[in-house]
Design a protein around this ligand. Structure first.
Ligand SMILES: Cc1cc2nc3c(=O)[nH]c(=O)nc-3n(C[C@H](O)[C@H](O)[C@H](O)COP(=O)(O)OP(=O)(O)OC[C@H]3O[C@@H](n4cnc5c(N)ncnc54)[C@H](O)[C@@H]3O)c2cc1C
Length: 501
């Protein structure tokens, strides 16, 4: 790692890695450091919805317009991680009928391409919808894989010369003359930077506090539930003001139901009552959700700047804060926004940074595809194509199945495990999806541990962490699955329901 750079970015979510890609493409000398693995903050804990903007058209027109423009750009530059499913907004039997006209009008004003379709046609397209729904509007929503998007940004930033490091927590920042000295990994490394960017999302208040700057962040928690298999073909939104349990996203081999919005804190897990209430709400438009198999729950934190109001009344747009106004010139924080608008956020932050550096190169991130691979398979997004893509790199390594739920080969596990970025089983899971399927790693965890060359204590730690998201959905088939897994783990001397050690 260099000991001096022009810009140091803290935070390896979509925003930070987006900034790293943007600045590296403009020729800036940059290092990014992430405390854990890439996309382990809110970026890896959302619905994976590429917003057309329709969800915010009536309540948050600024965010709606940003999403409308950015989703079109991302479908072009990040098609390797987007499934362009389209979406439907559905008026439930007892919801306000007048809302449909207001919604269509607001979408038109935000430049979102929408069409009302017959209820009968919608029921043919999505047979699981409630037969009593009263109006349906088609919108250009899509499904996006946040892990692959972020890893794509990392790959692109490195291609343009950036140093990008995961598992490198910043533990101190000191202003030293016109530069900053940033301490990483409990003081094991330090680096001098002309500009420091705080892209730490929900941790932004803590990061700014290292320089004595006050960034008042309120934490708003959202809970989501993952169901086994694709219950819907398109993204389904309930046509009403954004509320709990009104989004269903088809995502890879699963369906994600979200979300709630309530005051929360970092590391908080979902509760059984949140899961129950999400399912009850969603049943108004998709009754079969009651009998579908939930396989896990997870939570994400929205860092909100305006603490007087909370939750859904706050804009989903973003702010670039120049701390020159706090007397610390050269430090910026970037807060809020959406996964969908990460590129725009990165562009605006990078424009401010370029001014500070006295440099003139302009943003070109909207015009160049993120993955600069010549691999044609990355043109098609589906599970087979991703496997094929990995398989081509595997050559002589085994294609035996290592994770049956997600169709991951042992060769793929070994290839990914050999990356210097992959230091634990979790990192391996994010890059391959092994362990994310309905058995929740019950049958593949030994293959993952073996690919990583780690022992029982790491295996136990990983399983106990997974358990936190499984416990709130213990009913029906998943309860049977977990009882089976508990017996199996006992064979290895592990109680995976104990807290992580
Ligand atoms: C419930 C929920 C659902 C959502 N659904 C969607 C959706 O469907 N579509 C959409 O477009 N948007 C969605 N969003 C919004 C979206 O997820 C976020 O806007 C986006 O992921 C924020 O990314 P980020 O990079 O700013 O923050 P994060 O992803 O949180 O990244 C911050 C990073 O900083 C790191 N960090 C913290 N402290 C340090 C330190 N000291 N040193 C080094 N690194 C540090 C963290 O480890 C973390 O990885 C949702 C948000 C929530 C809460």
């Amino acid at each position: 790692m260099p000991s001096k750079v022009e810009v140091l970015v803290i935070g390896g979510g979509a925003t930070g890695t987006g900034i790293a890609r943007d600045l590296a493409m403009r020729g800036v000398d940059i290092v990014l450091v992430e405390a854990g693995d890439f996309a382990t903050g809110t970026t890896g804990a959302n619905h994976g919805m590429l917003h057309s903007g329709a969800r915010y058209a009536l309540t948050d027109p600024i965010s709606a317009k940003e999403c409308a423009a950015e989703s079109k750009i991302l479908k072009h530059i990040a098609h390797f991680c987007i499934e362009d499913t389209g979406g439907l907004f559905v008026l439930a039997k007892d919801d306000n009928e007048g809302y449909a006209d207001e919604f269509l009008n607001a979408c038109r004003l935000a430049n979102i391409d929408t069409h009302e379709i017959d209820v009968d046609k919608a029921l043919t397209l999505e047979p699981g919808l409630d037969s009593n729904i009263r109006a349906v509007v088609e919108v250009p929503d899509a499904s996006i894989d946040p892990f692959f998007l972020t890893l794509g940004n990392v790959e692109a930033a490195r291609f343009y010369g950036a140093t990008v490091l995961n598992h490198s927590p910043v533990c101190g920042i000191r202003s030293s003359g016109s530069r900053f000295e940033v301490t990483i990994n409990s003081g094991k490394k330090s680096i001098l930077a002309d500009v420091v960017v705080n892209a730490t999302g929900a941790w932004a208040g803590r990061t700014a506090a290292m320089l004595g700057i006050d960034v008042p962040i309120c934490m708003d928690k959202g809970t989501m539930v993952v169901f086994n298999g694709r219950l819907v073909n398109r993204l389904i939104n309930r046509m009403r003001p954004p509320s709990d349990g009104d989004i269903l996203v088809p995502h890879r081999t699963s369906t994600i139901l979200g979300t709630t919005s309530s005051p929360g804190s970092l590391g908080e897990v979902a509760s059984y009552s949140e899961v129950e209430s999400l399912i009850n709400e969603a049943a108004a438009i998709f009754p079969n959700i009651r009998t579908a198999r939930a396989i896990r729950s997870y939570t994400g934190i929205r860092p909100l700047l305006n603490c007087k109001e909370m939750g859904r009344s706050i804009t989903r747009s973003f702010q670039v804060i120049d701390h020159a106004y706090d007397g610390v010139d050269g430090m910026l924080s970037i807060i809020g926004g959406k996964l969908t608008t990460f590129r725009l956020m990165a562009e605006k932050a990078s424009d401010v940074i370029m001014k500070k550096l006295g440099r003139t190169a302009r943003c070109s991130t909207a015009n160049e595809e993120i993955i600069l691979s010549d691999d044609e398979a990355s043109d098609i997004f589906d599970v087979e194509a991703m496997r094929y893509r990995q398989g081509r790199k595997i050559n002589n390594l085994s294609l035996d199945m290592a994770c049956g739920c997600e169709a991951v080969s042992s060769g793929e596990l070994f290839i990914q495990a050999s990356s210097p970025d992959v230091v634990n089983i979790d990192d391996l899971m994010r890059r391959t999806r092994a362990g994310m399927g309905y058995c929740q790693a019950g049958l593949c965890v030994l293959n993952m541990a073996s690919a990583m060359g780690v022992g029982v204590s790491e295996l136990r730690h990983y399983m106990s962490e997974r358990w936190k998201g499984i416990e709130p959905v213990l009913y029906g088939e998943q309860l049977r699955q977990e009882a089976f897994k508990a017996h199996l783990m006992r064979v290895y001397g592990i109680d995976h329901t104990e807290p992580p050690q």
